[in-house]
Design a binder for this molecule. Structure first.
Ligand SMILES: N[C@@H](CCC(=O)N[C@@H](CS)C(=O)NCC(=O)O)C(=O)O
Length: 203
């Protein structure tokens, strides 16, 4: 059985559970509040979430790695198309959702919620915001007037990027271009998203 550990309302774990819902995979969601309990750190010493366990001794951190693992182990799935150009774009955007979006938002969230007042405005914040804004302009252009980032159906790219947008809009309170905001709204209307959100709702 796939087990996904995550903070209650944790956006990155939501990615993975949402994917399970879209693929029709059975899973168990284990939610907890920050800070992670000692038994979680014993499983995954960095203490960040999500963390996934599966049959066969699988124990894996990093949300995007988990998404690719599930698609490969339990696919083939249209979420990770085989056609080379589509595959390349899905991989780029799925990895990029964390490497060029979510990863840059962590320092911004740390600064917003945890930094002392004297450190709230700093050079690194401006750098991270500018890099995220560049990437969002780029993904907005890729989306164009389409319903999905790649092709005409849902892929891992939609799941990964729209959840990063959730951190940008939600936790950080930033504006999102209209087409990206509409894409996020469409994603949140999917039954799989709703089921995943309920799996990690606050207790
Ligand atoms: N690149 C990692 C980032 C993990 C991450 O930063 N998770 C956040 C929650 S969404 C977290 O654990 N924050 C608290 C911490 O790092 O202590 C991934 O995609 O899984």
């Amino acid at each position: 059985m796939i087990t996904i550990h995550n903070f209650s309302r944790g956006v990155r774990g939501l990615r993975v559970v949402w994917q399970c819902e879209e693929m029709g995979l059975a899973y168990q969601a284990v939610g907890f509040e920050f800070p992670p309990p000692p038994e979680y750190r014993a499983k995954y010493p960095p203490g960040s979430v999500p963390f996934l366990e599966d049959e066969g001794g699988v124990a894996i951190g990093e949300s995007v790695a988990q998404m690719l693992y599930l698609a490969q182990r339990y696919g083939p799935t249209p979420l990770l198309p085989a056609e080379p150009a589509a595959l390349a774009r899905v991989l780029q955007l799925t990895v990029g959702a964390e490497a060029s979006l979510g990863g840059l938002m962590n320092p911004l969230m740390g600064t917003k919620f945890a930094a002392p007042d004297a450190d709230k405005v700093n050079w690194t914040n401006g750098f991270c915001e500018a890099r995220v804004a560049d990437m969002l302009d780029y993904v907005d252009g890729l989306l164009g007037e389409g319903d999905f980032f790649v092709g005409d159906s849902l892929t891992l790219a939609d799941i990964a990027v729209s959840t990063s947008l959730g951190m940008w809009q939600g936790a950080l309170g930033k504006d999102v271009a209209p087409r990206l905001a509409a894409h996020r709204d469409r994603m949140r209307e999917r039954p799989g998203y709703g089921a995943a959100a309920r799996a990690f709702a606050a207790p």
